[in-house]
Design a protein. Structure first.
Length: 386
């Protein structure tokens, strides 16, 4: 029986995939896994029983990933599950950034006591003139699932689209429209594009990447969209760029106090994935990942351990997490050989400082052998699935 702790409300369509092998709820303790959306785990005391965490969403800033890695806890996310929802909001932001729609709505609301509201509104509309997006250059920084969807949709809207992503995946490259221009470096995006939208994760290399140096390269009157993470943009440098007329509009899904009520900035309350379809997709994907890991040891869409998938064809499976150091496999193989245990199948993958190994056997692996593997230098934990 597996115990799954819910840190947030998870869509029923996902939870229905948990059969009678599972107990789940907010009050579970000594859990095998955690399912969550936005709840923070940075102060959470992980029980020794915890094997995996799945976030129904893409970003994992609310999870202490390095701490999890050190404990051999596999962290999953759901890339692409909310891509369409975010894409649609980004397209909305493109229009909001051009046509002063938000400002015009706010102004019309001030006319509620005007008996000649129709004439007043018609007369005042000239203050909200804005350009069309067709034919304009859109730069997309980051071509993951969301970036590709935005690029392809913008092409269909008649925009001249440029994409930059030095780490683009094979699936994303196949899905990207042939009409999207490849930018050789991010500076080309800054220099060429009338609109720029950011779709990269927040990490030590990307935090504050949109700063005074980036703004200095951009066109005057550029329109900037940020539906990825708030800290990708240096807020002080952005406000200075707005005051100087370098940035005409900044549309973001991440509220910061210095942006509230600021002219030329539109702030949304993190609506990116707030659709029932997105929440359902994320819940289904997160639960599917957890189940396959708990029941079979397979890893799909982990942010801290490598993808490993091997069909079950034997009685016993060992799931081993370890630091990515030499001689681990040799040690395990020798232990098996010394005890006349046959390895039917074995797969090993690494990701950065960590590695993961699946070993299948039809022999019974005694507890003392498991303990010897666990005691080896570099081994984090060993799990046996029968």
């Amino acid at each position: 029986m597996y115990k799954v702790k819910l840190m947030n409300k998870i869509a029923d369509v996902g939870l229905k995939q948990l059969d009678d092998q599972y107990h789940y709820g907010e009050d579970e303790n000594q859990e095998d896994a955690i399912l969550l959306r936005s709840a923070s785990l940075h102060e959470y005391d992980f029980p020794a029983s915890l094997k995996a965490i799945a976030r129904a969403g893409a970003g994992v800033n609310n999870i202490p990933v390095e701490k999890c890695s050190e404990k051999g806890i596999v962290v999953f996310n759901t890339p692409g599950a909310n891509a369409n929802a975010v894409k649609e909001l980004v397209l909305c932001a493109l229009f909001l950034s051009s046509r002063k729609i938000v400002e015009s709505i706010r102004w019309v609301d001030t006319l509620k006591d005007d008996e000649n509201v129709a004439k007043t509104a018609e007369k005042g509309k000239s203050q909200f003139v804005g350009p069309e997006i067709e034919g304009k250059k859109l730069g997309i920084i980051g071509l993951g699932a969301i970036g590709v969807n935005v690029a392809n949709a913008a092409v269909k809207l008649g925009m001249d689209v440029y994409g930059y992503d030095p780490f683009i995946g094979v699936n994303a490259a196949w899905a990207l429209s042939k009409h999207v221009h490849q930018a050789k470096n991010v500076e080309d995006i800054y220099k060429e594009c009338d609109y720029i939208t950011i779709h990269v994760p927040s990490n030590k290399d990307t935090k504050g990447m949109i700063n005074k140096d980036a703004f200095a390269l951009m066109k005057d009157g550029v329109r900037l969209l940020n539906f990825a993470r708030g800290d990708l943009v240096n807020s002080d440098d952005l406000l200075a760029a707005i005051d100087e007329g370098k940035v005409e509009r900044y549309i973001t899904d991440f509220a910061q106090v210095e942006y509230i009520g600021k002219e030329h900035i539109v702030v949304l309350p993190h609506l990116g994935a707030s659709t029932p379809e997105s929440e359902d997709n994320c819940a289904k994907m997160a639960v599917k990942e957890l189940k396959d890991f708990l029941e079979n040891g397979n890893i799909t869409n982990s942010v801290n351990f490598p993808a490993v998938n091997q069909p079950r064809e034997s009685k016993v499976r060992l799931c081993i997490t370890n630091r990515n150091v030499p001689n681990i496999l040799a040690l395990i193989s020798k232990l098996f050989a010394d005890h006349s245990l046959n390895i039917e199948n074995m797969v090993n993958r690494s990701k950065g400082d960590y590695a993961y190994t699946l070993i299948d056997t039809n022999d019974d692996v005694r507890q003392d052998i498991i303990e010897r593997i666990e005691a080896a230098k570099g081994i984090i934990n060993v799990r046996v699935i029968k």
